[in-house]
Write a protein that binds this ligand. Sequence first.
Ligand SMILES: [Zn+2]
Length: 311
Amino acid sequence: MADSTVATVYGIYFFLFGLVIGSFLNVCITRIPEDLSIVSPGSRCPRCGTAIKFYDNVPVFAWIWLRGKCRSCGEPISVMYPLVELSTGLLFVAAYLEYGITQATVKWLFFTGLIIVLTITDLRVRLLPDLVTWPGFAAGLLLSAFVPPSGGFGQSLSWRLLHQHLQPNAAGLVDGILGAAFGSFLLWGLAAGYKLVRKREGMGLGDVKMMAMVGAFVGLRGTFWTILLGSLLGSVIGLSVVAGLYLSGWQRGLAERGSRRGLGTVNGLRWKIASQYQLPLGTFLGIGALAIVYLGPLIGGQWPELRGILR
Ligand SMILES: [Zn+2]
């Protein structure tokens, strides 16, 4: 077979594998925050409890032929399910295109799965479960020892400070530890600063633990870019959501009642209520991390002069 045919076949395999993994990630996303087992029982309709037949559980397609409804009771099935499956499939193809069939691919597929669970769980219920971040952190360090994060700060630091070359596995591990330390301390500092300015808790320890995990995978340089991208996205989208809520007259009734009780002007109160909107920071950090893993090498290939900065 021609090389391009082989690549297409592998691409399709990766896509189908991604769809199946995405289906498992949906189980994690819906069950972990509720402290339910992710192994048993099998998938059930949350409303009527009917066990879902294997043919109604086919990723993406089942949702389409069921027209997004439970076969027994007609309860709508969230569009989140096919979207998570599809995104996982596409990201798996991206991993294949970017890293081929290598150890690096295994590392980034694993990372992608963890990030999808965290990103969607934070968006749905504003939680970044320890059950994902802690094992993810440990796996990240282990995988970084085998597939060192690009950037290679471990090696250059060791040379500068100790005039010694580290063994590649040790250098990868050091990079992972540096990334985890930098990411978690920076997020912890941001959380403390936020509390000081806004006089309320806005960011949880979940974000700190998530960045320890991300840092363990992507190393120091990747962590820096992830936080920069994530907080930028978060500020732009977060502010737009608050402004959108305000402009759409969200919670006007509540503000009017408050105003009648002399708590302030209606518009002042409406702004206050809208700005209570809690930002899913973990979601934005997750998007930033995936952009670094998948777009970083692409940008580096397109503009070699940026390679040293990005990765
Ligand atoms: Zn049902």
